[in-house]
Design a protein around this ligand. Structure first.
Ligand SMILES: Nc1ncnc2c1ncn2[C@@H]1O[C@H](COP(=O)(O)OP(=O)(O)O)[C@@H](O)[C@H]1O
Ligand SMILES: [Mg+2]
Length: 275
């Protein structure tokens, strides 16, 4: 099979950041490879500071690789473009624009649709995320949960082939987060988007993912890959979180993550000892 027969291929990716002159560079990603097919929902978990955001930024084309490459739909990723839609934890919307204008902004650079079609697309995605009726509200008048839904609508409106979500619900309270988790699964079922989602919340990972990649403490290496359907029957209902199968997988993942977090702490206490 040719290399580009996969939707997305991360191929022996490594990353170092240069530091002050004369000092050793920081090794952040260590030989990460994976293939992702169209329609996959992949979740990355790993300890804080291990390199998850860096990896997402590289996939988005916002950061360069040191070694290895990323191929999306047969083309090597060289920079950001419309194919890659990114949603971060804190959404930088424009407070002086309305909800509708913010969603519409996502379509600014699309030349494949007319002005009227753009309005329709913006409305479609606002409806999809449950913001119909709020079109004329200014962003500073809506809640954090609504802002994240607006971020998702705006990103989807831009027509990406893959959605890259870096702890998008991290700043929300538990109730809002669960509500958005269910909504995201519903949106995905309707739109059949390929999604990579980063979280440090193990339950969120299991609830959303088809596949979970667990990363080590920095430099990020894949230490475990889990296909969730090998462990439980996935469904977009919060009751799944109450089942024994969910609990078992959660406990397993917690143990793996805890061990890595301890490695991170050891590294902070003694930078050379844990390498
Ligand atoms: N532009 C940069 N220059 C230097 N170091 C960086 C840069 N970006 C991130 N890092 C470092 O890379 C490591 C991984 O960061 P990050 O990818 O944000 O981790 P995570 O998202 O898993 O918490 C951290 O030690 C961070 O300080
Ligand atoms: Mg991060």
């Amino acid at each position: 099979m040719a290399f580009y027969d996969h939707f997305l291929q991360i191929d022996h990716l490594s990353k170092w950041f240069a530091t002050e002159h004369g000092k050793e560079p920081i090794h952040v990603i260590d030989d990460v490879s994976m293939t992702i097919e169209g329609g996959d929902f992949v979740v990355f978990v790993g300890p804080s500071g291990c390199g998850k955001t860096t990896l997402m930024r590289i996939v988005a084309g916002l950061e360069t690789t040191s070694e290895g490459r990323i191929v999306l739909e047969g083309e090597e990723v060289k920079g950001p473009d419309r194919k890659k839609g990114v949603v971060f934890q804190s959404y930088s919307s424009f407070p002086w624009l309305t909800v509708f204008e913010n969603a519409r902004f996502g379509l600014k650079f699309r030349d494949d649709v007319t002005k009227n079609e753009k309005d329709g697309i913006a409305r479609h995605y606002l409806e999809l995320v449950g913001l119909a009726g709020f079109e004329d509200f200014y962003v500073n008048r809506i809640s954090g949960g609504m802002r994240q839904r607006l971020a998702i609508a705006r990103t989807l409106a831009a027509g990406p082939d893959i959605l890259l979500m870096d702890e998008p619900f991290g700043a929300l309270d538990a109730q809002n987060r669960e509500f958005l988790q269910v909504q995201l699964l519903e949106i995905r079922a309707k739109e059949r988007k390929t999604i990579i989602f980063v979280t440090h919340d193990v339950e969120e990972a299991i609830f959303l993912a088809e596949r979970i990649f667990v990363f080590s403490a920095r430099p990020a290496k894949i230490i475990e890959e889990i296909t969730v359907s090998d462990h439980l029957v996935r469904e977009a209902s919060l009751e799944l979180k109450e089942t024994e199968a969910f609990f078992k997988l959660r406990n397993h993942l917690m143990a793996v993550c805890r061990a890595q977090a301890q490695r991170t702490e050891a590294m902070i206490m003694s930078p050379n000892a844990a390498r």
